[in-house]
Design a protein around this ligand. Structure first.
Ligand code: ZN
Length: 357
């Protein structure tokens, strides 16, 4: 437990002391109440699952250095950052590598950390990157994408909001392209089709929500960092359908769906965002599974957006904090459903690599 998290808890308690609720509470109950609060806050900052339980779902060997001709290799870089590589061309989703701490994200302005971003580029061998696709413009997806584009000379693809994040970082319009959902984009041997999607249902932590203000749904001017995390407005959410030869990949970063969006496609591999899946009502979970796994009929499912992105990528990934997620229950649900259909599930650690096809 880092000391910042203790400060965070103390801050919460101080804030609560200031509220009317605590002023009204019977003084004799105040100490037991605060102790209880401390206990619950202790639980809130623990990972919402234990990865050792899922050991058999992680690959235990890495492929050899050379990518065989015609194969597609994936490297997982936390949250929804996925690097695809066929030996000639690399494409990346999001590229969120700075991962500022919870303390910093909650209480100060944030911005990309160039040395962290460069260290991930080096470690993941991002050396022939042609394109970055950003699924939406919350900070945990878009924040580092312009810097990764700058440092690798890759083109940044995104929504109007994402392009404004790029402009704020000094990226030229020539190095960016606005999404045209449904229109295939050829990059090397990859063909990417951007599909309209939906963000994970909004949530509230300590009275704050991540829901988009309907009166201000986009980042509508260049975003010059550092800014508050809440200045990164969603700006629409998108999925990516990627074809490589006869093989098909679907990357769905958010835990939500547009009904019928996948009715006409199939995918061999599905990267499925599971953040907060088990916090949703059961009918939602069933519909989500139906509209994604059941419809796309993948042979392999790789859960994503399950890791605590307040921790650096240089450390082993841990499940999201109990504060805002329940990894254990989400995995239980996914494994129960996929076992019924004998569908393979694979988890990947940070920087872990497998050959998909
Ligand atoms: Zn988001």
């Amino acid at each position: 437990m880092v000391c910042h998290e203790y400060f965070f808890r103390i801050f919460l308690i101080v804030m609560l002391v200031k509220t009317r609720f605590l002023k009204k509470i019977n003084p004799s109950l105040l100490i037991p109440f605060l102790l209880l609060l401390l206990f619950f806050s202790h639980c809130a900052f623990r990972p919402s699952g234990t990865l050792s339980q899922y050991d058999s779902y992680f690959p235990h060997e890495s492929p050899s250095n050379l990518i065989p001709k015609g194969k597609v290799r994936v490297t997982f870089l936390g949250t929804t950052s996925i690097l695809l590589d066929d030996g000639e061309t690399q494409i990346l989703t999001d590229g969120f590598f700075s991962r500022p701490s919870l303390w910093k994200t909650a209480f100060s302005k944030i911005e990309s950390d160039p040395s962290t971003v460069q260290s991930v580029i080096d470690k993941a061998k991002i050396e022939r990157l042609r394109a970055i696709f950003v699924c939406h413009s919350h900070y945990d997806h878009v924040m580092d994408a312009p810097l990764v584009a700058k440092q690798t000379k890759a083109k940044l693809f995104g929504s109007f909001s994402t392009l404004n994040v790029g402009l704020g970082s000094g990226l030229s319009l020539e190095q960016m392209e606005k999404f045209q959902p449904g229109k295939p984009i050829a990059i090397g041997k990859f063909t990417i089709t951007v599909l309209e999607s939906k963000h994970t249902p909004p949530f509230r932590i300590f009275g704050k929500t991540n829901a988009t203000d309907p009166n201000h749904p986009n980042i509508d001017s260049p975003l010059i960092t550092p800014v508050k995390a809440t200045d990164y407005i969603e700006g629409g959410t998108f999925d990516f359908f990627i074809q490589h030869g006869k093989n098909k990949i679907l990357i769905k970063s958010s835990t939500n769906f547009v009904e019928g969006a996948f009715d006409k496609i199939k995918a061999d591999v599905l990267f499925l965002g599971i953040a907060q899946l088990s916090l949703q009502p059961i009918p939602f979970q069933e519909q989500f599974y139906q509209q994604t796994v059941k419809t796309l009929k993948p042979k392999l499912l790789i859960p994503i957006h399950w890791d605590n992105f307040f921790k650096p990528l240089s450390e082993p990934l841990e499940p999201n904090l109990q504060l805002g997620d329940d990894f254990e229950s989400s995995m239980k649900y996914i494994l129960k459903r996929t076992q019924e259909e004998k569908l393979e599930v694979q988890l990947l650690q940070g920087f872990e690599t497998i050959d998909l096809f």
